[in-house]
Design a protein around this ligand. Structure first.
Ligand code: PNS
Length: 167
């Protein structure tokens, strides 16, 4: 049985992430979406909120589970008994960081392999960072994230006194 991990911050999950999740779960038997719990990164959404959003938007996928993790990815992979990591590559700008990360992980855990899926062209520009920025200024994020995430962003922004200009 092939179990793989798709790790990330998912702050918040976008259509780009979902594209990688949907395509990956056709390739592997079980996909563990690992949600990094790292408060040093000062996420907009708590790890519980990010896990909940991911659960909602993947509920139709039978071989996907969402699991929070902290610490090293190699330790999480061992804990999950998964020796394949999946990452999405959007553009050449992602390559340097991804190469460094996969080579470091491979050095630390030689049994761990990283597989890259190139992001579908329609999502190649998309990132959680830009989604957060648009939402921070009250912009419309409906093209970039599923409806559940759009609503969660709207509610989060309301707590910060930001109101969507497009409703
Ligand atoms: O969505 P992101 O922020 O690009 O995901 C980055 C992530 C979570 C995959 C990466 O930061 C990670 O694996 N963090 C865990 C800590 C770790 O193992 N670091 C060493 C890898 S070089």
């Amino acid at each position: 049985m092939l179990r793989a991990i798709y790790p990330g911050s998912f702050d918040p999950v976008t259509y780009g992430h979902l594209d990688i999740i949907r395509r990956s779960c056709k390739i592997v038997d079980e996909l563990v979406v690992g949600v990094l719990n790292n408060n040093a990164k000062m996420p907009l959404f708590s790890v519980e909120e990010r896990v909940k959003m991911l659960q909602e938007v993947t509920k139709d996928l039978k071989n996907v589970k969402i699991v929070p993790f902290h610490g090293l990815l190699i330790d999480f992979a061992r804990e999950m008994d998964a020796y394949v990591v999946i990452r999405g590559l959007r553009a050449i700008t992602d390559f340097e960081y991804e190469l460094q990360m996969s080579q470091t992980n491979h050095k630390l855990e030689p049994d761990l392999e990283t597989m890259f899926l190139t992001t579908s062209i329609e999502y190649s520009y998309l990132s959680s960072t830009t989604v957060r920025e648009i939402a921070t200024y009250g912009g419309d994020v409906s093209q970039f994230v599923p409806e559940e995430v759009r609503i969660a962003l709207k509610e989060k922004m309301k707590t910060k006194g930001v109101y969507n200009k497009y409703e």
